[in-house]
Design a binder for this molecule. Structure first.
Ligand code: MF3
Ligand code: CO
Ligand code: CO
Length: 290
């Protein structure tokens, strides 16, 4: 789409192109000429969209906080699902996982050797020493946010504590690598992979982060292992998740054949995951899901 200086900007701000994304587009064009992979326009969120995603994230964060206050030994993962579902609905949001591709519940609850997409169940009772990831995606007024945290149940082993801690550090090292107009998706990946592997852990290959905001999963795919300087350059307005899944043993996984969702470590070792929704800004990065 060719726009003149005085046309309305493509981002929907209502401003003239020259006052809005004209300079931005020129920078993108230059980067492309230099050989960088650059984001498409759909990956660049307008201020209005960003505001909508922030509002959605407030509910999503509130939900993860409430779970933190209530989660304990003896609870089933179904109980956590009920708590999350009711919190979201009573705050005007919609649990976006529910019915997504046929997914049967409102959140994912992944205990110990479950890597991700654990399905809440009355049969899964939390016990002393468990570690569990709760992953929630909220939709509010058409805007999506996505985050997950690890919770420790009772007295957790040093081994389990360590993988929870290192995985959180992996997420933050990924976030800290983000430099607008400079760093790439490969820089995020490399930061995560180096930290995981230098601690004797491995990075799950099959799943990654993703663009988010107008849908639950958008482009780009955010790989958690890879090489610095490769992949798409990061520019202001991009909204995506980083959500490393780190295994205590090998990176290999298998998927439960009966439900088609739940992902386990192949060797039965522990796995941990933390996730944030992020916005690349002109000066750095904003953790929206905080
Ligand atoms: N919240 C998950 C993510 O981080 C998506 C879960 S999809 C579901 O991408 F269907 F499994 F819930
Ligand atoms: Co998620
Ligand atoms: Co996600």
């Amino acid at each position: 789409m060719f726009l003149n200086r005085n046309d309305k900007c493509w981002c929907g701000s209502g401003l003239k192109y020259k006052k809005c994304h004209m300079e931005f587009d020129e920078k993108i064009k230059k980067l492309k000429e230099q050989g960088y992979k650059v984001p498409t326009r759909r990956m660049i969120k307008s201020n209005k969209q960003i505001e909508g995603i922030r509002e959605s994230a407030k509910i999503n964060n509130g939900l993860l906080n409430i779970i933190g206050e209530n989660i304990r030994e003896g609870m089933s993962t179904e109980d956590i699902n009920t708590l999350a579902h009711e919190y979201t609905i009573s705050h005007g949001g919609i649990p976006a996982d529910l019915n997504y591709d046929g997914y049967p519940k409102s959140i994912c609850t992944s205990v110990n050797n479950v890597v991700c997409h654990g399905i809440p169940s009355e049969d899964v009772i939390l016990k002393d020493g468990d570690i569990i990831n709760v992953d929630a995606t909220t939709m509010l007024n058409g805007y999506y946010s996505d985050a997950s945290r690890m919770y420790e149940i009772g007295n957790v082993s040093e081994e389990a504590k360590k993988i929870v801690k290192i995985t959180k550090e992996c997420l933050y090292k990924g976030i800290e690598s983000i430099k607008p107009w400079k760093s790439t998706l490969g820089d995020i990946a490399a930061a995560i992979q180096e930290h995981a592997e230098s601690n004797g852990y491995s990075v799950v290959r099959e799943f990654g982060g993703h663009g988010v905001g107008l849908a639950i999963h958008e482009e780009p795919f955010v790989c958690h292992y890879g090489k610095r300087g490769t992949g798409m350059i990061l520019v202001p307005g991009m909204v995506f998740t980083i959500e490393p899944m780190i295994n205590g043993g090998s990176h290999e996984i298998f998927i439960n054949r009966d439900n088609g969702w739940t992902v386990f470590t192949a060797d039965g070792e522990l796995s941990a995951q933390w996730e944030h929704t992020l916005l690349v800004t002109e000066t750095g990065v904003e953790i929206i899901s905080k």
